[in-house]
Ligand binder design. Structure first.
Ligand code: NAD
Ligand code: UGA
Length: 437
């Protein structure tokens, strides 16, 4: 099938590439001409495991191309996916101007002689946005254009997006016409996964409800972790114990600094906001998340008494492992607060130094490529992102470079027993501390 993806970011580029890998002909469009030039030159603007090789392969066989023009691309395509940003406004509500603009651009490009088109929203949007997109296209398009709107929310996680796209748990297709439903089922025909067929509103709500529920699990275990810290219980054991119940499951019960990223923080609070329906449970989820890293910082301050002029090393800047994305990263929030109290902060990340630098340089954070050099002479090492490089750190080497052997592990990735053996003082989230030898 001939497909257009409008928006070639984390979702659009990976989705388009995976559609090409499935055998479709895909044009990825973006209005950022620099990004399109980069892609056309054979480079990838983001770090996402497995993506680069798949892009190269599918470009080489002519199934994947890049274009700055919506009009030229949709003329050739049966299905048009929208994957543009839906970022938060300053008051936390969703900014839908990107979606509205794309709807207008599509409308202006549609012509009756192009035949029937299916326009699919893949961006995460509040329920009932599809109706607005449909109205907007009808309003701005000329007479006699034929189209349907579909909601096909995306559940990929950054860092494992290619696997999530090629092997999803489920595919949700929300369509109000059988014709549109059948077209999108054909798009996904090569993928072996259950398909849930719904109306447009239900599909939109499934996405918000899924993200909110996952965020709720994280805040829940972080709230349990605080009880553990007061009582000497171990949150890892508690998570394991409750997660063995299949109705609960162990997934997304990793206590830590809380969730960051471009999606959970905005999606949790926007499930019902535009409808004026209060959802106070999710307000508490957000509150727990907002205060989680502040509580962690309080613990660091309790240990060091005064942070001013103390050298603190931070391992991890990305909002999670295996990505260079620092949007709403808790690691950056921690760096900002440490700098705000006058600490001398050095930081490192395997992939996200270039994305973090414009934010951290003005704060005075020193970015250091090598993780051990980053920790040199530090009084405390803070682990802020769950990279496997940090989980597998050479503790002897680390002990040799730090001024004090004190670690605050905000992602519970190190083993207390290993740290005890090397003589580290170790503090993590919801687990008993290993005190100074
Ligand atoms: P992104 O910022 O990485 O990419 C969006 C792209 O759209 C950018 O390259 C931007 O230049 C382009 N764009 C903006 N306006 C455009 C226009 N008028 N015409 C053409 N291109 C335009 O964003 P993302 O992370 O890919 O997220 C996109 C959507 O998918 C959001 O709604 C997000 O909530 C949702 N989502 C994201 C993820 C994720 O893990 N990042 C997962 C599932 C769903
Ligand atoms: C999340 C969802 O997992 C995807 O299904 C969804 O498609 C996506 O949001 C989206 O809508 O954008 P993503 O944000 O890429 O994916 O990454 P996650 O793996 O969900 O992690 C999000 C945050 O939660 C990270 O900061 C991570 O460190 C944190 N997290 C995750 C925890 O603190 N504990 C956990 O147990 C799991």
């Amino acid at each position: 099938m001939n497909l257009t993806i409008i928006g070639s970011g984390y979702v659009g580029l990976t989705t388009g590439t995976c559609f090409a890998e499935m055998g479709h002909h895909v044009i990825c469009v973006d209005n950022n001409t620099e990004k399109i030039r980069t892609l056309q030159s054979g480079a990838i603007p983001i770090y996402e495991p497995k993506l680069e090789e798949l892009v190269k392969k599918n470009v080489a066989v002519g199934r994947l191309e890049f274009s700055p023009s919506i009009a030229a691309s949709i003329a050739e395509s049966e299905v048009i996916f929208i994957a543009v940003p839906t970022p938060p406004n300053t008051d936390g509500s969703v900014d839908l101007t990107y979606i509205e603009k794309v709807a207008r651009e599509i409308a202006q490009a549609l012509q009756p002689e192009m035949g029937y088109k299916v326009i699919v929203d893949k961006s995460t949007v509040p329920v009932k946005t599809g109706e607005k997109v449909s109205q907007t296209i009808k309003h701005y398009a000329g007479p006699n254009v034929q189209f349907d709107i579909v909601s096909n929310p995306e559940f990929l996680r950054e860092g494992c997006a290619v696997d999530d796209l090629l092997h999803p748990d489920r595919i949700v297709i929300g369509a109000n016409s059988e014709q549109a439903m059948n077209v999108i089922k054909r798009v996904y025909q090569p993928i072996h996964a259950p398909i849930l067929e719904t109306d447009v509103n239900s599909a939109e709500l499934i996405k918000h409800a899924a993200n909110s529920f996952l965020a709720l699990k994280i805040s829940y275990i972080n709230a349990v972790a605080k009880v553990c810290e007061k009582t000497g219980a171990d949150v890892e054991l508690v998570a394991e114990g409750i997660g063995m119940d299949k109705r609960i499951s162990r997934h997304f019960l990793n206590a830590g600094l809380g969730y960051g990223g471009s999606c959970f923080p905005k999606d949790v609070i926007n499930i019902s906001r535009t409808l004026g329906i209060p959802f106070t449970l999710l307000e508490e989820v957000e509150h727990i998340n907002d205060t989680q890293h502040i509580h962690f910082l309080d613990r660091i301050r309790d240990r060091l008494w005064v942070l001013k002029d103390k050298k603190i090393a931070v391992w991890g800047l990305a909002f999670k492992q295996n990505t260079d994305d620092v949007r709403e990263s808790i690691a950056l929030k921690l760096c900002e607060k440490l700098c705000g109290e006058g600490a001398i902060v050095t930081a490192t990340d395997p992939k996200a130094m270039h994305t973090a630098a414009p934010i951290l340089n003005p704060m005075g954070v020193k970015l250091v490529e090598d993780m051990y050099e980053c920790a040199r002479d530090a009084e405390v090492l803070v682990i802020a992102t769950e990279w496997s490089e940090y989980a597998n750190a050479d503790l002897q080497k680390l002990a040799g470079v730090m001024r004090n052997r004190i670690i605050f592990d905000g992602r519970n990735i190190l083993s207390p027993a290993n740290l005890r053996a090397v003589g580290f003082e170790y503090h993590s989230v919801g687990r008993p501390s290993v005190e100074e030898a």
